[in-house]
Design a protein around this ligand. Sequence first.
Ligand code: ADP
Length: 164
Amino acid sequence: MKEKFVRAIFPGSFDPITNGHLDVINRGMKLFDELIIAVGRSPIKNPLFTPEERVEMIAELVADMPGVSVEGFEGLTVEYAAKKKADVILRGLRSLTDVQYEFQLAMTNRAVAGIETIFVMTSEQYGFTTSSLIREVAVLGGDVSNLIPKNIYNRLQRKLSDGV
Ligand code: ADP
């Protein structure tokens, strides 16, 4: 019997991508044949990187990961998923506080588009890592080097020192 090919999208803002996101990606890679990291263009509070910059930085990180790619998208996640013929949406869970919001989102996406969401729990050490806090701490001069991949940290330093 032919095995089913499963394509997943991992949508998010990724401003910036963190070790927690990367943990979810590594777990997702083992579950799916193809994983597309989908960088949303919807506006977020106090953005740091443009969607194009985020895609570029993630592309460097996933270049050596088989079956993993990254793209930007606009509009509804479920429409993007349909366009890519994705079977599932992958999302990460850090703690119980994530569950309520993610549950609503997953139920809504299933109700409007019939698409399932699969959740993976992050490693305990990333349970407190959020992109928004990383942005705040970094802008105020805090050291976030343990929380984000090295290339992202270098890029962040450049952005904060000369705005590029
Ligand atoms: P969004 O704005 O859509 O929540 P994020 O980039 O903040 O986008 O997050 C994308 C996904 O990654 C969400 O499912 C979120 O719960 C998950 N995520 C964020 N940070 C972590 C982390 N530290 N560990 C595991 N999952 C995470």
